[in-house]
Design a protein around this ligand. Structure first.
Ligand SMILES: Cc1ncc(COP(=O)(O)O)c(C=O)c1O
Length: 411
C-alpha cells in the first residue's frame, strides 16, 4: 500500500516564541533559487560574498567568517571541537540551559570542564569571571552571550581583555543575539563566535554563521589533518592532536571556504542562499536601526505585560531585547494558555526548560516578527486567553500601554 500523505500545507502562524521565528519572505524567495555546482564560479562568488556579509554583521576584520551547515549547535560544536584538545581545561559560566549545553559539548570534546553557576535570571559580573579564570586557569572560556532559556544577555565587554591577560581563548555563543543586539566581536576581543539563522536573522534553522581570529587559526593549523582521498602532495599537517570530528574540523572548513577550495562537505546551497539574504537584509536595514527596533518592541511588550499586572522574569537590567520572560500567574494553567494562543489565534509563544519549566512563558520579538502589529496582536490575544483561564484585569490595558510606547516614538 503506497501512502503519500497530503501536500504540505502548514497552518498560518505568528511565531513569537524564542525561535524559530517567522522567516522573512525575501529569505524564502532566495531559497527557491536554482542549484549551482559547488565549484561553479557563480557559487564560489556567493560563498565569498557571504563571508564579506558575515564579517559586517559580526563587526569583525577576521578573515574567517563562514557558515557551518547545521543548526546553531553545529556552529558551537565546530568551534569547540576544533579548539579543545582532550585534557584541555575549559571554564563554562552557566546562567541558563545553554551554558549547560556548552559544558556538555566541551566535555564530549574531551575537555576538563569546570563550571561556575548563577541563578537563572541573572548574569555574571566580569570580576566573577576573572576570579574563576585566576582560580582555574582554563585554556578556553566558553560563555553564552544571550541565553534564550532565561532571556538574559551576559555583557561580554571587558571579558576579552581578561582572557588575553591570562592567555585564555574566548568563545561565545551568540545564537540568540546576532542581528538583534550588538555582537562586537573585535571590540570585545572574542576569539571565536557562533550563531544561528532562526532567531534575530529571521532565516530558517539549518545554517550556523561562525567567525574566528588568528589565535584560533593557529590552534587549528597545529591540529590540521586532511583526509587521505583529497590530500594534495606537499600539504603541511599539524603535529598536534587531530580534531576529533571530520565534519566540524575548522581547518578543513578553511581549506574549503578559502583560496584552495579543497572539497570537504557539499555546501548546503539553499541554506547559503538563505544566510546570504538574511544577513543582506539585516545590513540593508542598518544594524543600529535594527537594534533600536528590537529595543522598542521590548519596551512596548513589557509595558503591555506590566499594564496587565503580569510580572517580568529576571534581572531587567540584563534582559535581551528580543525575548521577554513572563511569570505565569499563580493558578493559571500556563500550557493551557499557550495551547489556546496557538489554536484560537495562531500565535506561538514559548515555555521554558529545567527550573523554569511551567514557571515562565517566553515571548520572542525577533527579526521579521519584531513589529508593532505582532506585539499588539500578541498582547490582545494573551489578554483574551488569560481571561478564559480566570485571570481578569482591566480589558485592553496591555494593548493600550504598548500602543502608547509606539505612539510616543511618533510624537
Ligand atoms: C543561546 C542558544 N544557543 C544554542 C541554541 C541551539 O540552537 P539549535 O537548536 O539551532 O541547534 C539555541 C537555540 O535555542 C540558543 O538559544
Amino acid at each position: 500500500m503506497v501512502e503519500i500523505f497530503g501536500e504540505l500545507d502548514p497552518p498560518p502562524r505568528l511565531l513569537m516564541g524564542p525561535g524559530p521565528v517567522g522567516v522573512d519572505p525575501r529569505v524564502l524567495r532566495a531559497m527557491s533559487m536554482p542549484m549551482l555546482g559547488q565549484f561553479d564560479p557563480a557559487f564560489t562568488a556567493y560563498m565569498n560574498e557571504t563571508m564579506a556579509l558575515l564579517r559586517q554583521i559580526f563587526r569583525t576584520q577576521n578573515k574567517w567568517a563562514l557558515l557551518v551547515d547545521g543548526t546553531a549547535r553545529a556552529g558551537i560544536e565546530a568551534l569547540l571541537v576544533s579548539l579543545i584538545a582532550p585534557g584541555d581545561k575549559v571554564l563554562v559560566p552557566v546562567f541558563g540551559r545553554f551554558g549547560h549545553l556548552l559544558a556538555e559539548i566541551a566535555s564530549r570534546c574531551g575537555g576538563e570542564v569546570v563550571t561556575i553557576e548563577r541563578d537563572w535570571g541573572s548574569v555574571f559580573t566580569a570580576e566573577e569571571i576573572e576570579r574563576a579564570i585566576k582560580t582555574h586557569k582554563p585554556r578556553v572560556l566558553a560563555l553564552v552571550h544571550g541565553d534564550t532559556s532565561t532571556t538574559m544577555a551576559q555583557p561580554l565587554d571587558h571579558i576579552g581583555d581578561v582572557c588575553r591577560a591570562h592567555d585564555v581563548i574566548f568563545y561565545s555563543d551568540a545564537t540568540a543575539t546576532l542581528g538583534g543586539m550588538p555582537v562586537d566581536v573585535d571590540r570585545w576581543k572574542v576569539d571565536a563566535v557562533s550563531a544561528g539563522l532562526q532567531k534575530c536573522l529571521s532565516g530558517p534553522p539549518g545554517s550556523a554563521p561562525i567567525t574566528f581570529n588568528e589565535r584560533v587559526v593557529e590552534i587549528a593549523k597545529h591540529r590540521k589533518h586532511v583526509e587521505a582521498g583529497i590530500r594534495a602532495p606537499g600539504v603541511v599537517e599539524g603535529n598536534g592532536p587531530r580534531i576529533q570530528s571530520n565534519y566540524f574540523d575548522i581547518a578543513m572548513l578553511m581549506d574549503y571556504w578559502g583560496e584552495s577550495r579543497l572539497n570537504h562537505h557539499t555546501e548546503a546551497t539553499s541554506m547559503l542562499y538563505a544566510a546570504r539574504e538574511a544577513v543582506r537584509i539585516a545590513l540593508a536595514e542598518g544594524l543600529e536601526e535594527r537594534f533600536a527596533r528590537h529595543r522598542l518592541a521590548s519596551r512596548a511588550l513589557t509595558a503591555g505585560l506590566l499594564a496587565m499586572e503580569l510580572q517580568l522574569f529576571g534581572d531587567q537590567m540584563h534582559k535581551m531585547p528580543n525575548v521577554t520572560g513572563v511569570v505565569i500567574p499563580q493558578g493559571v494553567d500556563g500550557d493551557g494558555v499557550r495551547r489556546m494562543m496557538l489554536d484560537d489565534f495562531g500565535i506561538e509563544i514559548g515555555t521554558s526548560f529545567g527550573p523554569l519549566h511551567g514557571k515562565i512563558w517566553r515571548i520572542g520579538t525577533m527579526g521579521y516578527v519584531c513589529r508593532k502589529e505582532s506585539v499588539l496582536v500578541c498582547l490582545g490575544a494573551l489578554e483574551a486567553c488569560l481571561r478564559r483561564f480566570g485571570y481578569k484585569r482591566a480589558a485592553g490595558a496591555g494593548v493600550d500601554a504598548a500602543l502608547a510606547i509606539y505612539n510616543e516614538k511618533k510624537a
